[in-house]
Design a protein around this ligand. Structure first.
Ligand code: ADP
Length: 493
């Protein structure tokens, strides 16, 4: 039974220093990040604001640990046991981790405790369990000659993570990176560093050697950039905006051509055909996926492209469903949707809503709801020009645009007329249409009569400006390694 969430949350002892070479340390210049809670405005300042000099120390520690092979040479079974131990420790401390994330990001405790953190732990176990079941290959091109194809660790790997789902995304990256034998330096978002700093201590307790798992906190333009530019970092893996993703590619080019993995923004289309037999379910699924977590999800379906024949019925259902996602107190155990991350993000979303109105689109959801916390109401725009900024740009808020179409050809063309290509969805009960549209949609992930399907065994990642490479599944091991071919010639006997 979970009680007194709010009281416990503000009684937490929060570690705010970076974790480098097995120790919590202040930034060399003692600088800290100032910020306030989106829940009640209380002061949350104090995270170490690391700079290039701090990043250099962390990378150096990671490099030394890699070269000493203290982690690399552990047997797969040993690495697996240690990560299982970490998963157990996270499970035992689940409430504390959920409280830390709630306090810092304002997302609801319920989401973290029952959904996000259990998922993160499950992913850690999935990767740990897979590591000794994932084989390399041998090819025999000629008699007495064979080649082995082995996956080798990259060395020091930098992981830059976002604030919308702090531990889930960190584990998508650090679990396969560690299991491939790399040493990692994690740069969490400055808006959400508390939980990964706590996990660093748990990782040490689980048996990950000092220097192998480092967390450098700080701003993207300082700590993140220094990590991505560092010549001793052999791979940089990032989740965040497409604008920063492009910078990461540049940093790789400016430094050592390090391997890059990017999971960036989206403006994912949700197509509803006149052949969809279950408009109610489609409306339920769409509302959940766009309004959950205040729309702060890169793969949120933010463009509904709906056949004009069924649009009126669908929109009615959608407005009703949207009202299940009115933001409430994040500490209330029944709250589905909590706060938005901070005032700047709220303002950004409100600015987009103004732009939408100015471009002639019409808000069809209620606007007169009283809000107690920092958040934005679920907002649906109808009569949207597909070329307007609310239809083309990623808002990262609870804002949905509806675009009416009179044919599936038109729907596909609008869906693909985007610089993004993360996720997409087609709702239809016509089998031919389902196959053809899902083939034509330009997206890394396509859902047919569903949205947001999620499993550790299935890769996640986009195309176009939504990114490069995959998180999750066995494909993730390929990201954090390079392929080595070794030719072997045998003498005939
Ligand atoms: P969001 O829009 O989710 O805040 P960002 O792309 O701004 O996404 O941030 C995602 C992560 O990238 C954060 O950890 C942030 O600190 C980091 N970051 C931001 N700018 C840079 C940069 N110039 N170089 C490296 N990392 C950065």
């Amino acid at each position: 039974m979970i009680q007194n969430i709010k009281k416990k949350a503000f009684a937490l002892k929060i570690e705010k220093r970076a974790f480098i070479n097995g120790k919590y340390v202040n930034a060399l210049d003692n600088d800290i990040i100032h910020k306030v809670s989106s829940i009640d405005g209380r002061d949350l300042s104090g995270i170490s604001s690391c700079k290039e000099a701090d990043v250099n120390i962390a990378v150096d520690a990671a490099k030394k640990s890699f070269e000493a092979k203290i982690w690399l040479d552990k047997l797969p079974q040993e690495k697996k046991e240690i990560l299982f131990q970490l998963a157990d420790l996270m499970e035992q401390n689940k409430e504390e981790l959920a409280l830390l994330d709630t306090v810092e990001t304002g997302r609801s405790f319920k989401n973290y405790y029952f959904d996000s953190i259990p998922k993160a732990i499950q992913t850690l176990r999935y990767f740990a369990e897979s590591v000794d079941k994932y084989y390399d290959h041998t090819i025999p091109p000629r008699p007495n000659v064979f080649a082995t194809i082995t996956r080798e660790p990259l060395g020091v790997v930098g992981l830059i993570t976002p604030w919308n789902d702090p531990l889930v995304v960190a584990i998508w990256k650090f679990a396969p990176a560690l299991l491939m034998g790399n040493s990692v330096v994690i740069k969490p978002a400055e808006q959400s560093s508390f939980s990964i700093l706590r996990v660093a201590a748990l990782a040490q307790k689980a048996g990950i050697p000092d220097g192998v798992f480092n967390v450098v906190t700080g701003f993207g333009e300082t700590a993140g950039k220094a990590l991505a530019l560092h010549p001793d970092v052999s791979g940089i893996f990032f989740t965040g905006s497409s604008d920063v993703g492009k910078k990461i590619l540049q940093y790789a080019g400016q430094s050592n051509m390090k391997k890059v993995g990017l999971e960036c923004g989206g403006k994912s289309p949700f197509i509803v055909s006149k052949h969809c037999n279950n408009l109610h379910k489609a409306a339920q699924v769409l509302a959940k996926n766009i309004f959950y977590n205040q729309g702060q999800i890169c793969s949120a379906p933010s463009r509904a492209i709906v056949d004009n024949e069924i649009k009126e019925d669908f929109v009615k259902l959608l407005i009703e469903e949207s009202q299940n996602y009115i933001p409430q107190d994040p500490f209330d155990i029944d709250t589905e949707v909590g706060c938005i991350i901070n005032k700047e993000q709220q303002q950004r979303v409100l600015d987009y809503i103004e732009k939408g109105k100015n471009a002639g689109a019409k808000i069809i959801t209620p606007c007169d709801v009283d809000l107690k916390h920092l958040c934005v109401l679920p907002t649906i725009f109808d009569q949207v020009d597909p070329e307007s900024s609310i239809a083309k740009e990623e808002i990262f808020g609870p804002v949905l645009v509806i675009i009416g179409v009179s044919s599936m050809r038109e729907a596909i063309s609008i869906a693909n007329n985007s610089k993004y290509g993360l996720a997409a969805s087609i709702w239809t009960n016509n089998l031919d249409e389902a196959h053809q549209v899902s083939r034509e949609l330009q997206a890394g992930i396509v859902h047919v009569n569903s949205y947001g399907d999620d499993d550790d065994t299935v890769p996640f990642g986009g195309i176009k400006e939504s990114g490069i490479g995959k998180d999750k599944s066995l494909y993730a091991f390929d990201e954090y390694s390079y392929v080595k071919t070794t030719w072997v010639h045998l003498d005939t006997i």
